[in-house]
Design a protein around this ligand. Structure first.
Ligand code: C2E
Ligand code: MG
Ligand code: MG
Length: 576
């Protein structure tokens, strides 16, 4: 017995349904299951449901047209054969139906069992062959992955989507190195096997939403969506190169090939498929010239940036291991008494080749790669140790402010780890203050709020860094345990010569006082600024005038005040 054939009948008349049912029941060697829909508005949904092997469609309706169903079904990728049924006198209709994608037609009133069976069977067989041909035309027979034609379709589609939604995508061209030699040495079968292995490995390392195609002998293309940073893209290229370069078994031999990858990003490398393909190909060619498995971005700027970030990432990892980081401290001073109240811990990196690097030189990469998490713990640990030493040496109340980046909140263990560092080092949680920027807080206010409350239980306080430079929602900020606001350096810089800035700083100070928060001015570089800030009612000041960030050992220099900016000590840096 053959498997059951499922038929969908789209027809308004019940008598037609009965008739078809009767005709089918006379065919003994096959079982049929007939489903009947008598409404046009439900018909398309059923036709697209994938539940049927073949569809019989009445072509003429009073309040609509069977051709709408036919068009709709074909446009939406319905792969089931559709046979239209027309009335006796409508020859031209039959032809138009075939043009719209009908597999065949039957004339009502002239259908008998035999004709019906033959028509159904032929329609299904023809459709199966059609699908097979389409697959042959769109898929590479050797590997089973999309070929050049389907790839161009997909690329076209990606361009359309990107134009509409404004999101980019990445095109990679990949060419094997050393394939020809293997093909010549071990024969075509070995070559084929190698290509198949490459295709499998590529598919395995891509996400579902990406597509891999074979566009020539030893050439593949990759289409990647939802990637925006060049670092992420470079990582994928690197991964692709790694999986291809692993040894492969072909026949009884173990062989190795390399590959070169050219990368074109939409829209920088082109907005139409021809330009994109050409530029990806060109980038691939450049990658090839670099010798050894390499990738290359189409634009020089991106190429440079991706390499800079990747190099920096590797170096940052090594820096953690090799302890190349240090922490410098900058005093925070009470504006009335001039006494040091505490310090802000600022990260420095003694780069083995490039000398001292400052956070703006590497923070973006540390954050993007998540390395800020271990680095942050290292800074916090060191800052706690140094706070302990300073308090013992000076025998006075001191606090330590440590900057926290939003990425550090991605670590679910943040509160736990901070608590254990405080405990291990033996400092008082009440002497610790965390500086957070408004933008960081606003990015994930719910999570940050939870962590802040938990850390408050350890006695830690919080200040809002770079106050005024982002957008603040006071409604939100009021809910958080923030005890101090730090006026961004950019406002303080010009308070002496720009009235607007002076007005703004005065207003911030008034606001902070009314909210009962401590207000700290950053970037104070001379005495006149101090005087004006004092007049405005500022509580604390921090800046080169009172001391440049320096190592713990050189904070106090044979006197009771920290080293001032006029001293030869402290760090020398280009102002940002
Ligand atoms: P920030 O927290 O606003 O730190 C103040 C910055 O202003 C520091 O730059 C400091 O050296 C500089 N500065 C202080 N006084 C003056 C002055 O009078 N004039 C001028 N022109 N500059 C002054 P730095 O150390 O390069 O740090 C830049 C930013 O990097 C910091 O801004 C902070 O957001 C971030 N950062 C520093 N260390 C860490 C850290 O350990 N972890 C995290 N997550 N971020 C850090
Ligand atoms: Mg800060
Ligand atoms: Mg700041």
């Amino acid at each position: 017995m053959e498997p059951m054939i499922k038929i969908l009948l789209i027809d308004k008349s019940q008598s037609e349904f009965r008739l078809i049912g009767q005709l089918l029941s006379k065919i003994h060697h096959t079982d049929y299951q007939l489903t009947w829909v008598d409404r046009l508005d439900r018909a398309l949904e059923e036709a697209l449901s994938d539940d049927f092997d073949v569809i019989l469609l009445d072509y003429l309706w009073e309040n609509g047209n069977g051709s709408d169903i036919l068009n709709g079904a074909r446009a939406q990728g319905c792969k089931v054969p559709i046979i239209v049924m027309t009335d006796e006198m409508e020859f031209d209709v039959d032809h138009s139906a075939i043009r719209y994608g009908a597999s065949d037609y039957l004339i009502k009133g002239r259908i008998d069992s035999q004709l019906l069976e033959r028509t159904l069977r032929y329609a299904m067989e023809r459709k199966a062959v059609e699908l097979k041909l389409a697959k042959l035309a769109h898929y590479d027979p050797l590997t089973g992955i999309p070929n050049r034609i389907l790839f161009r379709d997909r690329l076209e589609h990606a361009v359309e989507l990107s134009e509409r939604d404004g999101v980019g995508f990445t095109l990679m061209y990949l060419d094997l190195d050393g394939f020809k030699k293997i093909n010549d040495t071990f024969g075509h079968d070995a070559g084929d096997e190698l290509i198949r292995t490459c295709a499998t490995r590529l598919c395995e390392c891509m996400r579902k939403s990406d597509s891999v195609a074979r566009i020539g002998g030893d050439e593949f293309t990759l289409l990647l969506e939802n990637l925006d940073s060049p670092t992420d893209i470079a990582h994928i290229a690197q991964k692709v190169i790694e999986v291809i370069s692993k040894p492969m078994q072909v026949g009884s031999h173990q062989v190795m090939v390399g590959c070169s990858v050219g990368i074109a990003i939409y829209p920088e490398a082109g907005t139409d498929i021809n330009t994109l393909q050409k530029n990806a190909d060109m980038a691939m060619y450049q990658a090839k010239q670099q010798k050894g498995s390499r990738y290359h971005f189409f634009t020089e700027a991106l190429n440079h940036e991706a390499h800079r970030q990747l190099l920096l990432e590797t170096e940052l990892r090594a820096a953690l291991r090799r302890e190349e980081f240090t922490v410098f401290y900058q005093p925070r001073v009470d504006i009335q008494s001039g006494e040091v109240r505490g310090f802000e811990a600022l990260l420095r990196w003694n780069h083995p080749q490039r000398g001292v690097l400052y956070p703006p030189d590497f923070m973006d990469v540390a954050e993007d790669t998540g390395l800020i998490i271990p680095i942050g713990y290292w800074v916090f640990h060191r800052a706690c140790q140094d706070l302990k030493v300073l308090k013992e040496q000076r025998q006075m109340d001191l606090s330590m402010a440590v900057n926290l980046s939003i990425r550090q909140f991605n670590d679910d263990k943040l509160v736990e780890r901070i608590a254990s560092i405080i405990k291990d080092v033996g400092v008082d949680g009440r002497d610790i203050e965390f500086e957070l920027t408004e933008t960081a807080i606003m990015e994930n206010i719910e999570k940050v709020a939870l962590c802040m409350r938990a850390l408050s239980h350890l006695g830690c306080e919080f200040s809002l860094d770079d106050f005024g430079s982002g957008y603040s929602s006071f409604m939100h900020l009021q809910r958080l345990p923030i005890s101090a606001l730090k006026i961004d350096r950019s406002f303080v810089a010009d308070i002496l010569n720009r009235q607007e800035d002076a007005d703004l700083v005065a207003a911030m100070i008034t606001l902070a006082n009314s909210l009962n928060k401590t207000i700290i001015a950053e970037g104070v570089e001379d005495l006149d600024q101090v005087d004006l800030l004092k007049k405005f009612g500022c509580d604390q000041v921090q800046g080169f005038y009172f001391g440049r960030p320096s190592e713990r050992e050189s904070l106090w220099h044979n006197s009771e005040v920290p080293v001032s900016s006029h001293s030869s000590y402290g760090e020398v840096r280009v102002s940002q």
